[in-house]
Design a protein around this ligand. Structure first.
Ligand SMILES: [Zn+2]
Length: 140
């Protein structure tokens, strides 16, 4: 995608100034930046990044990455990622929780949801550990 275009995570920064460095291997300092970069990776259909930033203890984690990749790609291709709103972010030591609202459309229907995600920093890298859907229409 065009690096100077607005970042798909809806931060109002350009992709280059926002999530691109993380997609190219930089490690976000804050869990919130990782969360945004994962939303962005869904919007850009980047399953490898999503897999690489998932904690091995996450319930969706599987060694069958080809199947996992397909399910991410299918979700990414059939979803419009219209908005992202961070409602709350907190960090204690190497654990962070972020509550966000993702505004999504699937098959012309509202598939928005609010989730409280938990992230753990392992060897200097934030990983997505678990998510609890607080409200909404889908589970992904
Ligand atoms: Zn971004």
């Amino acid at each position: 995608m065009d690096r100077s275009a607005p970042c798909p995570c809806h931060s109002s920064l350009s992709y280059q100034q926002c999530c691109q460095p993380y997609h190219f291997g930089a490690h976000p300092e804050k869990a919130e930046a990782l969360m945004r970069s994962r939303y962005c990776a869904y919007a850009l259909n980047m399953p490898e990044y999503l897999i690489a930033t998932t904690h091995p203890e996450n319930e969706q984690y599987t060694k069958n990455t080809s199947l996992w990749k397909k399910s991410i790609q299918q979700f990414a291709q059939t979803t419009q990622f219209n908005s992202l709103e961070i409602l709350e972010a907190a960090q204690i030591g190497t654990t962070a929780t972020i509550t966000f609202k993702a505004g999504l459309i699937q098959s012309r229907a509202d598939a928005s949801f609010t989730e409280r995600s938990t992230f753990e920093k392992v060897d200097g890298r934030w990983l997505y550990l678990s998510g609890e859907v607080l409200a909404g229409n889908i589970r992904q």
